[in-house]
Design a protein around this ligand. Sequence first.
Ligand SMILES: *Cc1c(COP(=O)(O)O)cnc(C)c1O
Length: 474
Amino acid sequence: MIEEMLCSKDSVLLEALRIINENAKRTVFVVDGDRHLSGILTDGDIRRLLLAGHRLDEPAGMVCNTTFIYARQGEKYQDMLAKVSKSVSIIPIVDGDMRVVDYFQCLEELHMPVANPDLTGNEFKYLIDAFLSTWISSKGTYIGMFEEKFAEFCDSRYGVAVSNGTVALHLALLALGIGRGDEVIVPDLTFAATINTVLHAGATPVIVDVDRESWCIDPAAVKKAITKRTRAIVPVHLYGQPCDMDGIMGIARKHRLKVVEDCAEAHGATFAGKKVGSFGDIGCFSFFANKIITTGEGGMCVSRSARLVDRMRLLRDHGMSRQRKYWHTTVGYNYRMTNLQAAIGFAQLERVDEVLKARDQVEVEYRQRLRGLGGIEFQRGDLSQRRKVVWLVSLLVDGRKRDLYIEQLKLKHVEARPFFYSLSRMGIYKKFATSCPNSRNISARGLSLPTTFLRSEGDVFTKVRNVLSGGALS
Ligand SMILES: *Cc1c(COP(=O)(O)O)cnc(C)c1O
């Protein structure tokens, strides 16, 4: 808001101070009634004026700095950036008549989120292409192209693009005929969509513990939880870590259980050389903006079974017969993805290897820079047969200090997130839980760090090291 920066040249210094106090920018632009710029005053200027004998009831226009740095309307961002510095961090932008129209400020510290999407490839080009085609709903060429290319990326056969990762899970359970009276085993440490969709399907979730090392569902705990009503397992490849799919698939075969893989955080991870999503009956992915690749909102089910894929396509589109318009053969849903989303996804997929590599490198750098700090444990990347990918760089710290670290990093404009709460801790899920000590422990100690920043954006690694080494306040 430019108004909060303006001080009339007839106002007294006291009024200028009041405005500075309100806008918290340490600066006012002194203007006439038509916003023509007369000069600039900072709180430091006013202090120096008072020390030199000036009084607070003198008009700002008489004492302000009349030589100052400013930018012209329409000036390039880079040029404005070159004009600001530590001492002059905020400058006015003026029009051809020297009227103030805006200001430019260099924030010394950029906010560093845990994740943001990288849309620097063909995303915009394909999006515009889809837009101009006028096929902006769920028909259009990008949907089929995205489904096919994504299934191939997952070592699977078919893809079914949907509105988000949550409905991908729901659709998978429905297609497998899972519903009332069925028990579905889920891990205690996951995003709530995993269990919610089991409940949406009308089935009964059974929450089991995770493995201490991998943080993923523990096959031994799955085995113990099986009853005669168990119908399916939903392993979650957490923070990019593949589950022990040998263990899970072995149990599933033995007890004739369905497997729906929740791959929302693990695009491209492999177990025994095979991509996650290709082991179970159906693999479910999310393309939310903070996931490994994104379509804004979006999801995908992949499967090798033509029968399951047909079923999912039918349910995705209101259960409407494909031969007979408006004739419904089952009670379906509208879970479709738009062509606009698919266009973005198709472009993301062209660069997925590059994106995964960049994320890996960020984690490698964190590991190097935090080496030697006590009490820190990264997500294990060296577990037999598994090749994890990096969703959010995640590690375990001292549980008593975790929240303090998050606060201290925030003061340095670095976002850090706690892990998901154990599902078994929450009132609405408690009754479905078995004992989950590992999950409780990991959840209380877990911290996710910024994973997708550019090297030019300040030294995140050093800030994180300073905080985690306990030197944050020095
Ligand atoms: C993100 C996520 C989902 C849900 O995906 P949305 O696209 O946000 O609906 C499901 N499971 C896990 C483990 C996730 O991380």
